[in-house]
Design a binder for this molecule. Structure first.
Ligand code: KIV
Ligand code: ZN
Length: 524
């Protein structure tokens, strides 16, 4: 049987709506926060990927979150833009204002329904919670016809009470009902049972879309999501790379490919352009500074690598022996030799277009081209990965307060290493000449001398973009100030330059973040 939805029109039984919450649940987790430009870039990438709903943020959390939701609402072409709100007049009003400019908009309002959460977190009686369900959904409907209601900690909620809340939400006008596994406690059997029971028992259930939102505390996020679909859920809430609170949310790429690879077990269809998965995953990793682990399904470096002789032999005879999906179907391409130092700007732009950077602005293109020429002078072979690292690095830096200008380092086993650093701060060039316990320490001391700050360094890591001793180094720096954590990234063939770029990237993020705070009550 089909459903008529205010934003999607007639939806057939087997259509699964992909609701991406990378910019809300994902961004909410420590160290993963993004600035406005980064959120806008992710929102564009998510639209191109074909997600149906972008949960753009939690507008009442801070002016920064409000602005991000408002701007994503203004630019998003295609996906529905959702703003999260607790069951409170202020939250819902703010969400309504933030999404106002969207072509297609949604308010997602939630309240806890489990005995534990009602007693200790909300300190509310069940009847008061039930009233809040009705009043919050009713208020949200004044701003949009597309209202999602969530039962926070739904999988640990008494089933009779859950059914009463869902019934109240539907009566008040909710068009999507989300039953989250907020603490990642459920097993797949629970999900099938809960969704089937609620759908069978609640009057009006046939008119709304049911949604699953599974956290990964027991590593069951994806399995539980697919089980919820078996129980009738037709909206799946997920994040790129599975980022999110604690152990994260169900990973979009895993769910989408499980549906595509096993249609016999998961007979649903969705609108995701799967060949864009890898670049979206990489963009997120670059922005947040968190790479996925090498063995991560679909997007990990080893996801399609065949090391053992037996496997390699089988692969050569017939790839299907050990490959259940092709690497190309999720965006992996054979590493290719790209360009040399004689390549011109037009060829460089063509290359960027083929790598998915058709929209890059002229200034960023010019700066990236200069850096490419410099790289081609220093590095024997320039791979696609090098270009991606370089362009991402350039685009990330377009609006920074502090910019890298130059660095000279003297290091070795005799004298204490020394760094002569030049930075531009708000357009003014400043220099510092500092020593340290190593070249990186000396360079970081020079940053401190130019731009004094109290942030502490939580992590410094170095990886290589490609193979070989002339590979670009990719550095990550994590800084913490007043409980706020940010990650910065930098790439360069010189490891110390990459480290400095990563440090100032993180510092710039802290500068824009200084006004931002997240209310304690948002524990989802
Ligand atoms: O995990 C959760 O319960 C949430 C809700 C706000 C949907 O993130
Ligand atoms: Zn969540």
């Amino acid at each position: 049987m089909s459903i008529i939805h205010p934003n999607f029109g007639t939806i057939d039984d087997q259509r699964v709506i992909i609701f991406d919450t990378t910019l809300r649940d994902g961004e909410q987790s420590p160290g993963f926060s993004m600035n406005l430009d980064e959120k806008l870039r992710m929102a564009e990438a998510l639209s191109a990927l074909g997600v149906d709903v972008i949960e753009a943020g939690f507008p009442a959390a801070s002016p920064g979150d409000f602005e991000a939701v408002q701007q994503i609402a203004a630019i998003a072409k295609g996906p529905v833009v959702a703003g999260l709100a607790r069951a409170a007049v202020g939250d819902i009003t703010k969400a309504g204002e933030a999404i106002k400019g969207a072509e297609r908009k949604r308010i997602h309002t939630f309240i806890s329904t489990s005995p534990l959460h009602m007693k200790y977190k909300l300190r509310m009686e069940p009847d008061a919670v039930l009233e809040a369900v009705t009043s919050s959904v009713t208020l949200a409907r004044n701003f949009t016809d597309d209202v999602e209601w969530s039962a926070e900690d739904g999988t640990r909620t008494d089933i009779d009470f859950l059914c009463r809340c869902v019934e109240a939400a539907i009566k008040a006008g909710a068009t999507t009902i989300n039953i989250p596994d907020t603490v990642g406690y459920a097993v797949p059997e629970d999900m099938v049972r809960i969704f089937s029971t609620v759908r069978a028992r609640v009057p009006g259930a046939e008119r709304v879309i049911f949604s699953a939102h599974c956290h990964n505390d027991l590593g069951l996020g994806v399995a539980n999501t697919l089980a919820a679909a078996q129980g009738g859920a037709r909206q799946i809430e997920c994040t790129i790379n599975g980022i999110g609170e604690r152990a994260g949310n169900a990973a979009l790429e895993e769910i989408v490919m499980a549906i595509r690879t096993r249609p016999d077990a998961n007979p649903y269809h969705h609108n995701i352009e799967t060949t864009r998965i890898l670049r979206t995953s990489k963009l997120l990793a670059t922005i947040t500074g968190f790479d996925v682990q090498p063995n991560k399904a679909i997007v990990g470096r080893n996801a399609f690598a065949h090391e053992s002789g037996i496997h390699q032999d089988g692969m050569l005879k017939n790839a299907a022996t050990y490959e259940i999906m092709t690497p190309e179907s999720v965006g992996w391409q054979k590493t290719s030799l790209v360009m040399g130092k004689h390549s011109g700007r037009a060829a460089f732009r063509d290359k960027l277009t083929s790598l998915g950077y058709a929209e890059i602005g002229d200034n960023a293109l010019n700066d990236a081209f200069k850096r490419f020429k410099d790289l081609a002078d220093r590095k024997k072979i320039v791979y696609d990965e090098d270009i991606v690292a370089l362009v991402d690095d350039e685009v990330m830096r377009s609006n920074e307060t502090i910019k890298f200008v130059s660095l000279e380092v003297w290091a070795g086993s005799k004298d204490k290493p020394r760094a002569l650093l030049e930075l531009s701060v708000n357009g003014e060039t400043k220099t510092a000449d500092e020593r340290g316990d190593g070249p990186v320490d000396a360079a970081f001391n020079a940053i401190h001398a130019i731009f004094p700050h109290t942030a502490s360094l939580l992590l410094f890591s170095v990886g290589a973009v490609t193979e070989g001793t002339d590979a670009q180094a990719k550095c990550t720096v994590r800084l913490e100030e007043d409980g706020k954590t940010v990650n910065g990234q930098g790439a360069d063939t010189d490891t110390i330059v990459a480290a400095v770029r990563a440090y100032i990237h993180a510092l710039n993020k802290l500068i824009t973040k200084r006004t931002r705070s997240v209310p304690e009550a948002l524990s989802a």
